[in-house]
Design a protein around this ligand. Structure first.
Ligand code: P6P
Length: 339
């Protein structure tokens, strides 16, 4: 098993307090930021569980900034995170998949030294069919640590390698929180009976190579020749092949499985999405930090995702993420070095 199960009872708050040693300059502000964020995740988890029982299912009459119909649960999750995070004094600015520009901290609240980017509900197309969805978050320090003013777009448009912490909540058969602050990846499982996240897997390490590939093969005809050759290669009956195909259509769920079992998750460029479909700032950067911290590799087919310098809050990038040897092999094919 790549995951070491943990026996001692450690809540996420206790774990964060223990991690405080890693941040000597920490004033407790970082711990309080994460406490507020985990409250938001617990509220979203509760309402995802109830989604079938109340009117949060179904389509709203509003469209998000990308012209996609917004599901009620999307809007709800976005609002929950904003309201949990806007008044703690830890943040100077936020950005969300559901908001066109940066999200200001209301004037009446103090501005802190951190920046929060988030996708409040990833995989929302799966909400109505009770399939795993998730929340993704990414935390940076603001560019001017001395400032107590509003943050701005420059604080948001930072490359992924500058993330202080990143993670995701996965609302599946259980609610798990996967988190890193740059010292390995830890997994917490939500225990409803005590209303807290308990540490269940510590310092997760991915297999160097897997036997599962995860991509929407419905886009095969739209891919580059190199991408087609790579997936054809994975399906050949030869040494170590064929791989199995697993694709849920929620990046958080596909990445969570890849983290556990190894293999590769891909969203490559195609004629519909020439830069790939997934969003760099609040999807790929946090997921890439998790994958790298677990010993995997995360690139856009050529460049390390965490090194991409963002120019737009909602910019997209290609994704090749997972076991190091699988991602390296995919890069050979997509860059024409396979023959
Ligand atoms: P497709 C969900 O809508 C999402 O943003 C990601 O979570 C997921 O990986 C991807 O889109 C699925 O896209 O085109 O395969 O349906």
């Amino acid at each position: 098993m790549s995951f070491l199960r943990v026996s001692r009872l450690v809540t996420i708050e206790r774990h964060i307090a223990e991690e405080q040693e890693f941040h000597p300059s920490a004033t407790g502000e970082y711990s309080r930021l994460l406490r507020d964020l985990t409250l938001a995740l617990r509220i979203i988890a509760r309402d995802v569980r109830r989604a079938g029982l109340n009117d949060v299912l179904g389509i709203t009459d509003s469209m998000n900034v990308h012209g996609e119909t917004v599901k009620k649960l999307d809007e709800f999750a976005n609002e929950v995170i904003f309201r949990a995070m806007d008044h703690g004094g830890h943040l100077c600015v936020m950005a969300s998949e559901e908001s066109e520009g940066i999200i200001k901290i209301p004037d009446e609240y103090a501005k802190g030294k951190y920046v929060l980017l988030f996708d409040p509900l990833d995989g929302s197309s799966n909400i109505d069919v009770n399939t795993t969805i998730g929340t993704i978050f990414s935390i940076y320090r603001r560019l001017d640590p001395q400032s107590t003013e509003d943050g701005d777009e420059r604080d948001v448009l930072q490359p992924g390698y500058k993330q202080v912490a990143a993670g995701y909540a996965c609302y599946g058969s259980a609610t798990t929180l996967v988190y890193t602050s740059g010292h390995g990846v830890d997994v917490f499982t939500y225990d409803q009976t005590i209303g807290d996240f308990l540490l269940t897997h510590e310092k997760v390490r991915m297999p160097k190579q897997g036997k599962i590939y995860s991509v929407n093969e419905g886009n095969y005809a739209l891919w580059s020749d190199g991408m087609k050759r790579y997936v054809d290669h994975l399906k050949k009956q030869e040494q170590g092949k064929p791989y199995s195909l697993r694709y849920i259509g929620t990046a958080v769920a596909d990445i969570h499985r890849t983290l556990h079992y190894g293999g590769i998750f891909m969203y490559p460029a195609d004629s519909k999405y020439p830069n790939g479909k997934l969003r760099l700032l609040y999807e790929l950067n946090p997921l890439a930090m998790i994958i790298e911290q677990a010993g995997g590799r995360a690139t856009d087919g050529m460049n390390r995702i965490l090194d991409i310098i963002p120019t737009d809050i909602h910019q997209r990038a290609q994704a090749f993420m997972g076991s190091e040897l699988d991602v390296l092999e995919a890069e050979l094919f997509v860059n024409g070095h396979d023959s």
